[in-house]
Design a protein around this ligand. Structure first.
Ligand code: ADP
Length: 542
């Protein structure tokens, strides 16, 4: 027997319709590339998203055509999120921090037919536009007056001109909820970028899930600042969840330095923020230097790479801000797990609670996960056994765009490439990426554990642990360290700092001081590049 409930598709257009009708006066504040602050409401955004849809119809872009964006977090990008996907085209967000050649490669691979970009990225577009032969319309996200003369880009339109004459009404099509809505390429930390094609259904389900209390717990009373870019897995879904909850949205534009982010947070009474650890490093550095405090921020999601425990403590103890440590992937839209305590943990002493809060947290309802050994056998969820992490669920990739790389699934499960333990309550602890685990004398050393300890040293600004070839032990760990400005730290002092915190054999054999550790396009440490920079290095005593 069938259920007898209505069958309404889950569509991205319904999110903006909802926000317009029930949170029409909800504010969206953006720092623009032009430098000023722009303010308007969900109702205004909905009107302009419909104008975008009409402008795309005028271009005669078929359903399913790709529209690329190369843009910071801002209101025009938000309008494109809804105008493009809502009208049945596919929004393709591109990471502008990639090398221009890679940007061109991705535009061509995605077969983008229109491309909208911020003024900041004009030099990139100037360099690559001739190589992007499928793009029929280039749109620069500013007023006509702000478009520089003689860009050399044929037919370039300013965004404001592009949508200005368009009707403000539009009938969003009744799409199949499984049709494609957005395309996002993996950042390629582990190889060539591959496209992940989200559907309307997967994005809307993810938006519901992200709002849940033990996930982001967003509400109409929040003021939300995604520092995580709208080109990094759709700012972790916040533009969708925001419309579903009616929270105030605060977009930081291109100004991601500690001072700018702090000032925007204070001015706009931000209660909730989200970003990768390296961004918060800059913010905390600025606040420490100037003795600043938050007046309204009470929680922040940190993910994308392991959040060092020292950062979680600093937020909590010094600033009264709860860190929600999250784990996910481009292939997972991206939310997989997020860390909050359970009732039974509330009576634990603070050190015990901290231990739990440093894990990557429990699965969000909708995400199923398991760990397996080398032979693919499921391992127990006892918090001890570690193995490769596999996931499945309605917002997890089934196959990559254009079938790239073949069938990625193993019996219906997606292998994440991460190594983890899971405890009886479902708390996930990521030990490492499988390729970063250090194998020493048949035992595994977690590079994340070693880095977290180094990061707790007051003189350390950033730390990366690498396994170096060793004739007897296979590999031995070394720690590569960037010191804080003006801090004093010797090799011996840092090695002594590990004593008692790790088993002796897990302590790095050497400390390498460097001026900077290379960061990838999403702010993660690039160990492959770092390794290249250290070519020729030999372990002490060899
Ligand atoms: P890419 O895989 O191209 O770097 P993603 O942004 O999709 O791009 O990265 C996903 C990976 O990032 C995960 O598989 C995991 O290795 C790492 N990661 C994400 N969040 C965390 C976290 N909280 N702790 C440890 N690793 C994390």
């Amino acid at each position: 027997m069938q259920g007898q409930m209505q069958d309404r598709p889950l569509l991205i257009s319904s999110l903006i319709d909802f926000a317009e009708r029930f949170h029409g006066d909800g504010e969206i504040v953006s720092r623009r590339v032009e430098g000023d602050i722009h303010r308007y409401t969900y109702a205004d955004a909905a009107v302009r998203a419909r104008q975008v849809a009409n402008a795309l119809d005028r271009l005669d872009l078929a359903a399913g055509s790709r529209v690329g964006t190369l843009a910071w977090n801002g209101y025009r990008h938000f309008e494109l999120y809804y105008g493009v996907s809502g009208s049945g085209r596919i929004l393709h967000t591109i990471n502008p921090r990639l090398h221009p050649e890679q940007v061109a490669w991705i535009i061509n691979h995605a077969e983008d037919e229109a491309l909208c970009f911020d003024l900041t990225f004009l030099p990139i577009i100037k360099a690559i536009h001739a190589a992007c032969r499928r793009v029929r319309q280039w749109v620069i996200l500013c007023d006509r007056d702000a478009v520089p003369a003689d860009t050399g880009i044929p037919g370039l339109l300013s965004y404001e001109d592009w949508i200005a004459g368009e009707a403000t009404s539009y009938d969003w099509p009744d799409l199949d909820e499984d049709s494609a809505a957005c395309l996002c390429y993996t950042s390629g930390t582990t190889g060539n970028p591959k496209g992940v094609l989200y559907s309307h259904r997967s994005s809307v389900l993810h938006a519901y899930a992200a709002a849940m209390p033990d996930v982001m717990c967003l509400s109409a009373r929040d003021s939300v600042l995604p520092v995580v870019p709208m080109f990094h897995v759709n700012a972790w879904g916040i533009p969708y969840t925001a419309a579903a909850t009616g929270c105030k949205l605060v977009f930081p534009g291109p100004a991601l330095d500690g001072k700018s982010v702090y000032e925007l947070m204070e001015a706009e009474k931000v209660t909730f923020a989200a970003g990768v650890p390296t961004v918060w490093q800059m913010l905390l550095g600025h606040m420490q230097q100037h003795g600043l405090r938050f007046s309204t921020l009470n929680r922040t999601v940190i993910g994308g790479s392991a959040c060092p425990p020292a950062m979680i403590s600093a937020f909590k103890d010094t600033y009264g801000v709860t860190v929600l440590h999250a784990w996910g992937m481009t292939e997972m839209s991206p939310l997989g797990t997020l860390c909050t305590l359970k009732n039974k943990h509330l009576a634990l002493p603070p050190e015990e609670q901290l231990k739990i809060l440093c894990t990557q947290g429990r699965p969000v309802f909708g995400v199923d996960m398991k760990i397996v050994d080398d032979a693919g056998h499921a391992l127990p969820h006892d918090g001890v056994a570690q193995g490769e992490l596999l996931v499945r669920g309605p917002w997890i990739v089934r196959e990559y765009f254009k079938g790239e790389g073949g069938d990625p699934l193993i019996d219906g499960w997606f292998p994440t490439g991460d190594v983890a333990t899971i405890d009886a309550d479902g708390y996930l602890h990521i030990t490492d990426r499988s390729k970063d685990v250090i194998k020493s004398g048949g035992e595994w050393i977690s590079s994340i554990d070693v880095e977290n300890i180094a990061m707790a040293h007051p003189a350390v600004a950033m730390a990366a642990c690498l396994g170096m070839r060793h004739p007897k032990w296979d590999e031995r760990p070394v720690i590569v360290v960037v010191k804080k400005p003006d801090a004093e730290l010797t090799r011996e002092q840092l090695l002594a700092f590990f004593l008692g915190k790790l088993s002796k054999w897990q302590i790095p054999d050497d400390v390498i001081f460097v001026d900077a550790i290379p960061l990838g396009a999403t702010g993660k440490m690039q160990k492959i590049k770092l390794r290249e920079q250290l070519a020729g290095y030999t372990l002490p005593g060899l």
